[in-house]
Design a protein around this ligand. Structure first.
Ligand SMILES: C[S@@+](CC[C@H](N)C(=O)[O-])C[C@H]1O[C@@H](n2cnc3c(N)ncnc32)[C@H](O)[C@@H]1O
Length: 246
């Protein structure tokens, strides 16, 4: 899978370039900054609450859990999980976005860390001695990674956590691509992006093949359950629950 190699700059400047805003000024801007939008408007409260509820259920969150939120963004979702778990470590590589999280979405049990998710777990034991995460989340972000990255992320988790559940949500499903490009104009838009060599796919990132994810998990002897999302969330994204085999 070919991948755009400047996602960091893309996300650092996304709010400015797409919306002409220097910084977040209100709750709506938080949604714009991390592209949690439909037609450039924040997702509805119904959708927002549904996402939180599904995260809670899929990760079976408890107040004993230590959760790592990969690609936590500005904490929009991280913050909503604060009372459901013991501790949250959010990781994101955009300085602007982490600064926003630290300004608007802090809590005593949340720490936001600047760093790349691909290798974050490789130094976890020295950065966080005595801390044992058992739940991992990546909300709407796997599209910015390659197969090799996912392999490395999972290997990193395995070196830190004997028992874990990792939920990676909102992954664009290659098999459902034409649900998204569902009019002649939208199809043409997609073909034009391809012809221009726009590897960001207008910011959507890469389409993932379910079979590739199963193969990566099988190689690492991990369980993997893939479920397609349904409207009002999306008819072209999937949620994936990965866990170690007992
Ligand atoms: C679409 S936003 C989602 C943010 C958040 N998970 C949410 O649902 O609101 C994608 C986020 O992934 C972060 N990101 C992308 N690639 C990353 C990487 N390799 N390491 C750390 N963060 C990354 C971006 O900075 C951005 O904040």
């Amino acid at each position: 899978m070919e991948q755009f190699d400047n996602w960091q700059e893309f996300w650092d400047t996304f709010l400015l370039k797409r919306y002409g805003k220097e910084e977040v000024q209100n709750e709506d801007d938080l949604f714009l900054q991390v592209a949690r939008t439909v037609n450039r408007k924040p997702v509805t409260k119904e959708v927002f609450d549904l996402i939180i509820s599904q995260i809670n259920t899929d990760l079976t969150l408890t107040t004993n859990d230590v959760l790592v939120d990969f690609c936590c963004g500005n904490g929009l979702f991280t913050y909503e999980l604060r009372e459901k778990v013991k501790q949250i470590i959010g990781v994101d590589f955009s300085q602007n976005i982490i600064d926003t999280a630290n300004k608007y979405k802090t809590n005593d049990n949340i720490t936001y860390c600047l760093g790349s998710v691909v290798d974050y777990m490789t130094t976890f034991k020295t950065t966080w001695p005595g801390t044992h995460p058992n739940k991992y989340l990546m909300n709407d972000s796997l599209a910015y990674f390659t197969n090799n990255d996912l392999d490395n992320i999972l290997k990193g988790i395995q070196t830190v956590s004997d028992q874990f559940t990792f939920l990676t949500r909102g992954v664009p499903n290659e098999d459902l691509k034409w649900h998204y490009y569902n009019t002649p104009e939208r199809k043409q838009f997609y073909y034009d992006l391809q012809a221009k060599g726009d590897l960001t796919n207008d910011g959507l990132g890469s389409w993932w093949k379910p079979g590739d994810i199963h193969a990566i998990c099988d190689d690492l002897k991990l369980n993997c359950v893939i479920r397609n999302q349904e409207l009002p969330l999306s008819d072209y994204r999937m949620d994936i629950i990965i866990s170690n085999r007992p």
